[in-house]
Each structure stands twice: as C-alpha cells, then as structure tokens.
Design a protein around this ligand. Structure first.
Ligand SMILES: Cc1ncc(C[n+]2csc(CCOP(=O)(O)OP(=O)(O)O)c2C)c(N)n1
Ligand SMILES: [Mg+2]
Length: 342
C-alpha cells in the first residue's frame, strides 16, 4: 500500500477534516447497525458492507459538484450516504419496508435517487461500468460539464465489458471517472490469484486513458486524486482511471466464511491503516478538535443511525399490490431528462 503522503500536510481546512470524520463515521456506524439488523433476521437477502473502505467514497464525493453522477456495485450503502441520501430511507430499504428508497422492493443492492444523481446499486459484477459511461454520454450529448463517478471492484476489472467501455469512453471523450475500488479480494479470491498485473490503473493505457494509483485509506489523498480526475473530465479531455487501494474489514457479504485470509492480516490493517483513526489523529494532533468535540460527533452519528433503525423497524411492509407497480416507465424518460437537465 502506498505511503500516506498527504497525511503530513492536510490540504483541507479544519472544518473539512471534521466533515470527513463525520461522513466516514456515519458510514461505519450505519454499516455496523445494518450488520446487527441482519443478524436479528430483519434484513433478508444479500448485504455487502463497506466497513474499511469509507475514505474512498467520502474523498471522492468531496471532489464532486452538484449535478455530478455516481453509479456503483452491490457494496453501495456508503455511496448512498456519502452523496446525501437519507439514512432512514436506506435502512428501511435494507429491511424491505415501504419507507425505503425502492418502497421495500429493491433491498440492499437496488436503490436509486434521481435527486442525488445516484444511479444504483447493481448486482451483476461489471455491468454498471457501461451504464456509467452511458450516463456520461448523456451529459456530453447535453453539452453540460457534469462528471460521472463509475465505481467497480478489482474483480470486476477483469471483465470484458470494462474494456469495451474503456474503448468507447476514450473514443468519444466521455466525462467519466472509472474508480476501481481495489479492496484486494473478489469475493474470496485475492488479486494475486486472479489478476495478471499488479497495477490495474495502467490498463487504460492501450486506450489512451490516464490512470493513477491512490491510497484509499487516506481520505486526503483520495480527495486530491479525485479533484485532478474531475478537472481532467470537466476540461473535456475524456475519461480517467483511479485505482484506489483499500481494504474491507468484514466478509464479502454477510455469508462469508473468510477462509482466504488470516485474522492477523485484517487486524493489522485495522491497527495501522484505519481511515477514520487517521483523520481522528490529524484532528487531535493538529489541535483542530478536542476529545470532547469528537465525542459529540460520535454521539450525533449514533443518534442518526439509531433513528434510521427505528424508522426501518416501524415502517410497514409494502402492500402486495406494489408487486404490480414500477415495472414499466409511465412517461418517456429521455424526453423528461432532457427537459430537466437543459
Ligand atoms: C457477472 C457476475 N459474476 C459473478 C457474480 C458473483 N459475484 C458477486 S460479487 C463478486 C466478486 C467481485 O469482486 P470485486 O469486483 O473485487 O468487488 P468487491 O466485492 O470486492 O467490492 C462475484 C464474483 C456476479 N454478481 N456477477
Ligand atoms: Mg474487490
């Protein structure tokens, strides 16, 4: 893993640092609560937690502007919270309730928010990558300067459709940032076992797409790289690849025997590279916050997360008649989108 270059010289204000701490902690506590509700049988189906990877999405969201888009995989709760979606609606969707973002019909992997330009939540590995380029194509067509963040994993990076997408995105100079969240495992398969090259970010080179390796446990390094990639896209120079090296602390999904790595490996990462502890250290050592300030933030986050769990438990299950809704679009979405975005 790359050294924490940016740590010595924070490129942000004290308020920004506190916001990063808050945003990452919200994801961590939310995911811990989701894990608990899963254990209690309140969440069914698949559930992939983002614990350990928080700095990736929080750093990149800090480089985004209003109107920019994001699309990701099934490991998606962190992306939703980081772009400002309501924790109540996300938790209620996890528990399959009416108050959820997909009215309880989508679950963990299938939530969307047009308001926050969050385009899912996709269960098929690699399949969101061409969709992300499609979102960027729309923005190019509409001649605005928006950028699409398209997130996928190290495992997904071995899929053929990723390279078809690289080709077209480069040919048409689409404003898309391909964010490879390299957490070093694809389900139970390590990168070493499955991937021919160590540096995945170089794989855009044959298509003329610049790429960069980023320390994904350092939110400041991620922010810096994100800003560079965003500027590249907004200037009309086409796509950019960020391989963000990170680590997930929990299993691939809730049903993972985790036989492919040792407890010591996970513990070492937690002890030495934790992204939230990193920002906590910067805040305390730089005297930007006291222990009491951070305790107050912890308390506030805990309340938000507890409230989301209460909301999720109290929200009713969807009415069976909902089975027949939201299957086909009622209007012509292309027409509506053009009008709205013009
Ligand atoms: C096309 C396809 N093949 C296989 C699967 C099963 N599957 C789900 S997640 C996953 C591993 C993907 O790993 P990676 O891209 O590194 O993402 P991570 O889970 O580490 O975030 C696999 C093989 C799937 N969902 N879709
Ligand atoms: Mg992975």
């Amino acid at each position: 893993m790359a050294a924490r270059k940016a740590a010595e010289k924070p490129n942000v204000s004290a308020d920004d640092l506190k916001q990063f701490y808050r945003d990452m902690l919200l994801i961590r506590r939310f995911e811990e609560k989701a894990g608990q509700l899963y254990g209690m049988g309140l969440i069914g189906g698949f559930c992939h937690l983002y614990i350990g990877q928080e700095a990736v999405v929080v750093g990149l969201e800090s480089a985004a502007e209003e109107g920019d888009k994001r699309i990701t995989t099934y490991r998606d709760h962190g992306h939703m919270l980081a772009c400002g979606m309501n924790p109540d609606g996300v938790m209620a969707e996890l528990t399959g309730r009416e108050g959820g973002y997909s009215k309880g019909k989508g679950g963990s992997m299938h939530m969307f928010s047009r308001e926050k330009h969050f385009y899912g939540g996709h269960g098929i590995v690699g399949a969101n990558v061409p969709l992300g380029a499609g979102l960027a194509f729309a923005d190019k067509y509409l001649e605005n300067d928006r950028v699409t963040f398209t997130y996928f994993g190290d495992g997904a990076a071995n899929q053929g459709q990723v390279y078809e997408t690289f080709n077209m995105a480069s040919l048409w100079k689409l404003p898309v940032i391909f964010v490879i969240e390299n957490n070093q495992y694809a389900m139970g398969t390590s990168q070493k076992r499955s991937t021919s090259t160590e540096d995945i970010y170089t794989r855009g080179a044959p298509f003329g797409i610049p790429g960069e390796l980023v320390d994904g446990m350092d939110v400041l390094a991620v922010k810096e790289a994100g800003e560079k990639a965003v500027a590249h896209c907004r200037e009309g120079k086409g796509p950019y690849i960020l391989e963000v090296k990170t680590y997930r602390y929990r299993g691939h999904s809730m049903s993972d025997p985790a036989k492919y790595r040792t407890r010591e490996e996970v513990q070492k990462m937690r002890d030495e590279k934790d992204p939230i502890e990193h920002v906590r250290d910067l805040l305390i050592s730089g005297k930007h916050a006291s222990e009491d300030d951070l305790k107050a933030i912890d308390k506030e986050i805990k309340e938000i997360v507890n409230a989301s769990a209460e909301f999720a438990k109290e929200s009713p299950e969807p009415d069976p008649s909902e089975l027949w809704t939201d299957i086909y679009a009622d209007d012509i979405p292309q027409g509506a989108a053009v009008e709205e975005d013009a």
